[in-house]
Design a protein around this ligand. Structure first.
Ligand code: GUN
Length: 295
């Protein structure tokens, strides 16, 4: 079975739109997301376009901040500070990766946690660990929504997360071991010894490595749930664009066979974008002194 992101992301966005419209009625303005895009990386450009399209679908304003590839770190910090101080901006999204001459962590540190709709800040990641109110990173949030949508129970399950990034691996592991989820989580990475052992024992596998087809169906249980976070561009001369998108996980049957697997494209990526919209509304509400569920 395929765990498509289409239906759950459409539901998430439809609900977000309702909240957004309530917000506008109450505060006479729409929630606003600043979308900061430095340079012209084609893959990032696609993501940025998708995020802006989702803003339109969910009645969220976006402020486009397109900056030159060669912008200095200090100049970029200046722009971030302006956005952070701008009363009309509820959330700030800095599309990653940034050009190599810029220290990503330093840039992100200038986004206050209230506007950190990506949930990358130390404050938001810390609040996730202490189970306090936080803005939860979009991909982990989208994965949990997808699991719920497809009624995949995590209680007592062996969840194996491959990849320890701050964006996906760490937060998704932290969320799944919470008492509300009760999974037994193993976080594997490039230095894990005998990773095959962990993969074989996974009820739910979350692949967040970022390398095309590094894990394959013969490495997991026949009835495993596989959430594929990888979105890798590989050369493909049969495509007009010259490339195709593939996940971290390789399976042979089109429908996943006995596995439950999220496809790439059309899986987790859609959930990430929908979660960003929800986070923007949550951030907008909190800035106005309320919670989105009380709109
Ligand atoms: N680049 C790849 N994934 C992400 C993401 O979730 N947020 C941002 N800002 N950049 C990304």
């Amino acid at each position: 079975m395929l765990l498509s992101g289409k239906e759950p992301s459409a539901k998430m966005k439809a609900d977000a739109r309702i909240l957004s419209e309530k917000f506008e009625k109450k505060f006479s303005r729409k929630p606003c997301l600043a979308v900061v895009f430095v340079g012209s990386d084609p893959a990032s450009a696609v993501y940025v376009r998708n995020k802006k399209k989702a803003c339109a679908e969910t009645a969220i304003d976006h402020m486009d901040v397109d900056l030159d590839e060669n912008i200095s770190e200090d100049e970029l910090i200046g722009r971030i500070k302006e956005l952070d101080a701008d009363e009309s901006v509820d959330g700030i999204l800095v599309q990653l990766p940034l050009p190599s001459h810029i220290d990503e962590a330093r840039i992100l540190s200038f986004i206050s946690s209230e506007k950190d709709v990506d949930g990358f800040s130390a404050a938001n990641l810390g609040s996730l660990l202490t189970e306090e109110k936080a803005l939860v990173a979009c991909t982990p949030k989208g994965i949990l929504y997808m699991l719920d949508y497809y009624h995949i129970d995590t209680e007592g399950k062996n969840v194996v997360v491959v990849g320890r990034s701050r964006i996906v691996g760490k937060p998704v592991a932290a969320l799944l071991e919470q008492k509300s989820r009760n999974a037994t989580v193993t976080l594997c990475h490039s230095r894990t010894k005998d990773i095959d052992y962990y993969l074989k024992n996974a009820d739910i596998l979350i692949c967040a490595v970022g390398k095309p087809h590094v894990i394959s169906e013969d490495m997991v249980k026949k009835d495993a749930v596989v959430i594929d976070v990888g979105t890798n561009r590989v050369e493909d001369s049969s495509k007009k664009s010259g490339y195709s998108l593939v996940g971290d996980f390789h399976y042979t049957q089109e429908d996943g066979g006995s596995l439950k697997v999220s496809p790439v494209p059309g899986g987790v990526g859609l959930m990430t974008v929908a979660s960003l919209m929800e986070n923007t509304i949550i951030a907008a509400c909190r800035r106005m002194g309320m919670e989105a569920e009380d709109l």
